[in-house]
Design a protein around this ligand. Structure first.
Ligand SMILES: *Cc1c(COP(=O)(O)O)cnc(C)c1O
Length: 356
């Protein structure tokens, strides 16, 4: 794949190989950045060339992990030149919530949505053609002002960068994943920060995830930290299981990340006549399920082929994709590409030259 240089300006060179796009970072042309003092107000910012940040060694984010992020996607609409972002208002709300949890000044929803639209607009040529992938957006809010003693930073940086990413399943053919239940380590505890995309939540899962991958699993399932009995979620995806026409997913008790894909799947499944229950889901119950799947912005929906508990592997649908996972994947990707009409307000159009 030809990795375009930063200097190419507005977009990739004409020979960019969209068919060989992967999931790694591809540097795009521009990023959005703005700053705010702890007692100040966020104002609409602007885009600048993509590049390094310069940070004070005593920046709060480096010393105390004062930072949160978001993950969202922009898509080209089938059969038109339009580019749309999936449910940015939802990410804006979660970002503001997370800022409060981490003692940072929340970015107002209008400033947040304006920022992601400017980032997409400036990098419009980097949005992959329909069916080849999407433009993954990464808003970040970090404490950049210097502080030595433990306390909130005196100033903050809000930035949005992006990278084109491939569709997780090329051609829509889903590949089920094999999961293992983690019984020693926990991702989050009651009263902690599990419901926030704070930067400190993610490095601790690597040890467990890497060990599971070494054993041939795709990822781990985390259990609740109190009883070690109920399913919470996978490292960066929410979990669902299906029995007949009933779909169950762990309820949001503060230790689970309130996924926007999760919320969307719940709405779509209910509209299709399924009963969806948000409640405690035990490992024992899951092993009796017809099928299981995970969901998140990156994967959209991914079927679970098997779950291993204490060395014992249980397969679902003989390790193949279950019908509900397929139905939810088709519906969501259909809505995102404009092929299927979704509920009102799920897609926000990015006007051309919005960033100028
Ligand atoms: C981001 C994330 C999810 C999925 O959330 P979406 O809004 O659907 O992308 C699930 N679990 C964790 C731990 C996450 O960080």
């Amino acid at each position: 794949m030809s990795t375009p240089a930063k200097e190419t300006g507005a977009g990739p060179k004409g020979d960019f190989d969209w068919d060989n796009l992967g999931f790694g970072l591809v540097e795009t042309s521009f990023m959005f950045r703005t700053e705010c003092a702890i007692d100040g107000e966020w104002t609409m910012g602007s885009v600048e060339p993509y590049g390094n940040l310069s940070l004070h060694p005593s920046a709060a984010v480096l010393n105390y992990g004062q930072g949160i992020f978001e993950g969202m996607k922009a898509f080209r609409t089938e059969g038109s030149d339009e580019v749309q972002i999936f449910r940015p208002d939802q990410n804006a709300a979660r970002f503001a919530e997370g800022a409060g949890r981490m003692s940072m000044p929340p970015v107002p929803a209008d400033v947040f949505v304006d920022a992601v639209k400017k980032c997409v607009s400036a990098n419009r040529e980097w949005v992959p053609p329909t069916g080849k992938g999407s433009l993954y957006l990464r808003p970040l809010l970090i404490g950049t002002g210097p502080i030595l003693g433990l306390g909130p930073a005196p100033s903050y940086t809000f930035l949005v960068y992006c990278s084109p990413v491939a569709s997780y399943f090329k051609g829509g053919k889903m590949a089920p994943i094999d999961l293992v239940v983690e019984e020693t380590y926990h991702r989050a505890a009651p009263g902690g920060t599990g419901s926030t995309k704070c930067i400190g939540n993610y490095s601790p899962v690597l040890k467990v995830q890497l060990a599971a991958k070494k054993e041939g699993y795709s990822d781990v399932i985390y259990l609740d930290a109190v009883e070690n009995k109920y399913i919470e979620e996978v490292s960066s995806c929410n979990f669902f299981c299906v029995k007949g026409k009933t779909i169950a997913t762990p309820g949001l008790g503060g230790s689970i990340l309130p996924g926007i894909t999760r919320k969307s799947v719940i709405d779509l499944a209910r509209a299709k006549g399924y009963t969806v229950e948000e409640r405690n889901v035990s490992v024992d119950e899951v092993l009796e399920a017809d099928e299981c799947f995970c969901c998140g912005t990156a994967v959209v929906v991914v079927p679970v082929g098997s779950i291993t508990v204490k060395g014992e592997k249980t397969q679902f649908y003989e390790g193949k994709t279950g019908p509900v996972a397929q139905e939810m994947y088709d519906e969501l990707t259909g809505i995102q590409s404009g092929k299927v009409e979704g509920p009102d307000g799920w897609l926000e159009v990015v006007p051309e030259n919005y960033h100028l």
